[in-house]
Design a protein. Structure first.
Length: 257
């Protein structure tokens, strides 16, 4: 395993947490004031966030099949909303697993398996609730999130999609997307924005081809490139056709209105 792969894997929880945090800020700044839930008092969990994170870490390394689902249920009973669980607690737990691996407290296999268990748990959490203080988007948006073929770290994209669905956006998340797959998606659907979440290992040539096909299918959609690729030592100017190359999701989502 290369040093680059090592650093990339350890940062998966950080990436997911950062995407979630910025996405929440996006939503808070682009909401319909008329639909606020100001009358609802926020629920204060019975245990701290730190203990909740540790509970999920412990459950994720437990070989029992029901360990993670039992832990999720316990945290829900303790007052953690599904929204907080998938946007904050689970990313923090994945980050902690990465640190444990970095410090040789977990093997690579154990870390990967545990993180995958938590990612699976994310899929089962509700997308229907809107947390107190956050309302629905002021405009109906149809958004596409693309994860290119071969990209390993998908948790950030999954979380972003769930957050956007919670506040009313229609979101289609496509994994392992090739340039030809873009045409298949475009045959029947239209989007206001297309988000491409690429890793530092994705090639400029592959991304350029995907973006070119995105433009062919959705000429009016905003195209945003983000993810680990923005920190890679490559010439991003060679990736043409995007409206934005940024991990500032606040600015990116705002352009879709």
């Amino acid at each position: 395993m290369t040093h680059h792969q090592h650093t990339d894997l350890v940062s998966i929880g950080d990436e997911a947490a950062r995407v979630a945090q910025v996405a929440i800020k996006v939503l808070a700044g682009n909401l319909n004031q008329a639909s606020r839930l100001d009358g609802l008092a926020p629920v204060v969990p019975a245990i701290s966030a730190g203990r909740a994170v540790q509970r999920l870490v412990d459950a994720s390394v437990d070989p029992k099949r029901s360990a993670v689902s039992n832990a999720i249920h316990e945290l829900q009973t303790a007052g953690f909303s599904d929204f907080i669980l998938f946007s904050e607690i689970i990313p923090a737990a994945v980050r902690q697993l990465g640190v444990a691996w970095e410090e040789d407290d977990l093997s690579f296999f154990s870390m990967t398996l545990s993180a995958s268990r938590l990612q699976i748990a994310v899929h089962g959490l509700s997308e229907t609730e809107v947390p107190a203080g956050i309302s629905r988007l002021r405009k109906d948006l149809n958004l596409l999130i693309i994860v290119p073929e071969g990209t390993q770290h998908t948790l950030g994209a999954i979380i972003l999609g769930k957050i956007l669905r919670c506040v009313g956006a229609r979101v289609k998340l496509e994994m392992d997307v090739t340039a030809s797959r873009v045409h298949q998606i475009g045959a029947s659907e239209q989007f206001d924005g297309v988000f491409i979440s690429a890793s530092a290992n994705d090639s400029v040539e592959k991304l350029s081809e995907i973006i070119s096909n995105v433009r062919c299918n959705w000429s009016t959609a905003k195209v945003i490139l983000g993810g680990g690729i923005l920190s890679a030592q490559i010439n991003l100017d060679a990736v043409t056709g995007t409206d934005y190359k940024s991990n500032d999701w606040k600015a990116a989502v705002a352009q879709c209105f």
